[in-house]
Design a protein around this ligand. Structure first.
Ligand SMILES: [Zn+2]
Length: 90
């Protein structure tokens, strides 16, 4: 199976980043459409890193090591949230 590491990281972190963003911006929408737009936008701003895995289980720590840490994923998600909230497509 082929996976893209940043995609794993984005799916892992979306709720955490949205939760902390909403604390400061309570009007933020987190409907399915907005969540998907945020993830797509964040992924377009992250470098792709495809790997092949023989087993279904992916270790999150290994993912972050491979892509240079969590911080850039959180930054990409945060700026994607800001963009989507300005122009929601739901
Ligand atoms: Zn929405």
């Amino acid at each position: 199976m082929i996976i893209n590491y940043p995609e794993v990281a984005v799916k892992e972190l979306i709720d955490e980043v949205l939760d902390s963003y909403i604390l400061k911006n309570p009007s933020t929408c987190r409907c399915e459409r907005c969540r998907n737009d945020i993830m797509a936008l964040a992924l377009n701003n992250l470098p792709v890193k495809y790997v092949v895995t023989d087993h279904g289980r992916i270790y999150t720590k290994a993912v972050y090591d491979q892509i240079g840490g969590k911080a850039q994923v959180i930054a990409a998600l945060t700026s994607a949230i800001q963009i989507v909230q300005k122009n929601p497509r739901h």
